[in-house]
Design a protein around this ligand. Sequence first.
Ligand SMILES: Nc1ncnc2c1ncn2[C@@H]1O[C@H](COP(=O)(O)OP(=O)(O)O)[C@@H](O)[C@H]1O
Ligand SMILES: [Mg+2]
Length: 248
Amino acid sequence: MKILSCYSIKGGVGKTALAVNLAFALGEAGHRTLLLDLDPQGAASFYFRVDGADKFRMRDKQSLAEGLRRNIRESDYPGLDVVPSHLGYRHFDILLDGMSKRRSQLRRVLEEFKADYDVILIDCPPNITLLSENVFRASDAILVPVIPTVLSRRTLEQLAGFFKDQDLPAKLLRPFFSMVQKRSKMHREIMEELPAEQAGFLKTAIPFSADVEKMGLHRMPLLAYARACEAAKAYRALCQEILSESGL
Ligand SMILES: Nc1ncnc2c1ncn2[C@@H]1O[C@H](COP(=O)(O)OP(=O)(O)O)[C@@H](O)[C@H]1O
Ligand SMILES: [Mg+2]
């Protein structure tokens, strides 16, 4: 089982759009996939039309694993289950803080799902907390959408700096360009420069596309309602690139 997370310190960069479309593509490719929506805003759960998770106690590792398992929902798509978001996740940090091995509890909890899934995909909230540190230590790869702008570039540098400070393996970080506008000179320049400075960039970039924004209207992954559009092709290519590198 591989654990992949969609993460950035920054909001609005395309984490959820990636999580939703990658989850769909993985399921479609025959991988038993569980999408874990850890963002209390619940956008991924909304796109998959699943209700918020039922209340459950998050007292220790066991109750957390049981609560997540009870909240697994079948999606409308083959091979894909979803654990919807829960407002209680806002207490995650307090819970984790009170546990021993507080930075690696999520990995231990998710190990319990090993027999049931080939991939667990985590859609993360945009911050850097104890929960994020758990996500980093649980993940086999951390997929980081980067809009080719100055601020996104800075955020990626901050994340890489955090990994260095915490002795986390830099190779876990797999940034890729998101919401790319080829007509923008700044986008083109940053896309040329940044992969030389920051290792691990995935080759596939996701273009800016009004088709992606319509996910909110359709409440479906883009790949389910506009399979042939340019952005859908890019998500499929990104999925293939991730699959071929993760040994799945
Ligand atoms: N490639 C894209 N082209 C155009 N709009 C996009 C694209 N990716 C995401 N969006 C839109 O941008 C907004 C933020 O995307 P989202 O995936 O929710 O970001 P995050 O999860 O990082 O906060 C949403 O309204 C989404 O529909
Ligand atoms: Mg999101």
